[in-house]
Design a protein around this ligand. Structure first.
Ligand code: HEM
Length: 280
């Protein structure tokens, strides 16, 4: 699927939740085999970086595996051929090996929502080991405008959330690589300073995260993250309005947001690519 949330409207940090049709919970596409293989390799070679679980996350993890198996059996039964769930493997890891999505279990504790189990093979410039056991505010501490704009609303939403109303939302950014596994810190500027003139749109990528949230039977919340990456030029070729809309939205981002996303080194080229300029 292609999601293009940069639609020309001003950039805002918002919840942007939409009702999720639960039949469309998980998305499967032609990258499945490659992405699942990359997950298996990462789980073998960098387990501590892509998987973490506290004892409090055990119940929600088992519920996630049960729900996912039931869902896949119903919706994509062909994907379950030859699948054996190893009882010695943590249930959230078993679940994450079945789908392209990354999976995170959040558990309530004393009015806060804590990350208690996660398998995140495709982080977009963040480090799972820093977030285990953290609450929603601390997880989002590096995100400019999160606390003042949506921190309380997100917390309240988690506490009032019901099992019959799953939701989804989209995050997006622009990156200098199409690698899915980017466990780097948020303070790192994008590395490439200058791409050869004319090639910028081929080596610069629009990355979206389709995220879903649903309440598990225990009351824990399951958060899924699915990544899509396309070069700027690919999207401009497919969607004629993309270039101008992206430019308009980018111009309205704050300096803090540009810094957080690491865009300063590519900003001028980005503006040139969109045909927008700071004083336009
Ligand atoms: C309704 C729920 C949520 C909202 C509205 C929300 C919102 C956001 C926003 C706006 C960003 C900034 C993205 C960007 O500009 O590139 C972000 C980043 C992030 N979010 Fe969320 N989020 C939600 C739930 C969660 C949950 C449940 C987790 C649990 C893992 C999570 C983990 C993160 C992480 C790790 C980052 C990157 C932070 C960093 O740079 O260190 N989010 N989120």
């Amino acid at each position: 699927m292609t999601y293009i949330p940069a639609d020309g409207r001003p950039f805002t940090v918002s919840m942007g939740l939409r009702a999720l049709n639960i039949l469309e919970w998980i998305e499967v596409d032609s990258n499945r085999d490659a992405e699942l293989k990359q997950k298996r390799d990462l789980l073998q070679q960098h387990h501590g970086q892509v998987f973490a679980a506290l004892p409090e996350g055990q119940r929600g993890s088992q519920e996630t595996l049960d729900l996912l198996l039931a869902y896949l059996n119903e919706t994509f039964p062909e994907l379950l051929h030859d699948i054996n769930i190893d009882p010695d493997v943590h249930p959230l890891e078993s679940a994450a090996r079945l789908v392209q999505e990354d999976l995170v279990v959040m558990s309530p504790n004393d009015g806060q929502w804590i990350l208690t189990a996660a398998c995140v093979c495709f982080p977009s410039r963040w480090d799972l080991t820093e977030k285990v056991g953290a609450n929603l505010y601390d997880i989002h501490a590096p995100v400019p405008h999160y606390a003042e704009r949506i921190g309380d609303a997100t917390n309240t939403m988690f506490s009032k959330f019901t099992a019959d109303r799953p939701v989804w939302r989209v995050n997006w950014t622009i990156l200098d690589s199409d690698e899915l596994f980017q466990p780097t810190g948020h303070l790192r500027d994008l590395a490439r300073n200058v791409a050869p003139e004319g090639e910028f749109g081929d080596v610069t990528f629009f990355r979206t995260e389709r995220q879903t949230l649903r309440v598990l039977p225990s009351g824990d919340v399951l958060f899924t993250i699915r990544n899509y990456v396309n070069s700027l030029n690919d999207l401009a070729a497919k969607f004629p309005e993309f270039r101008e809309n992206l430019g308009k939205t980018l111009l309205t981002t704050s300096d803090e947001t540009r810094g957080y996303k690491g865009w300063h080194p590519i900003w001028e080229q980005l503006m040139n690519w969109t045909h927008m300029h700071e004083n336009a």
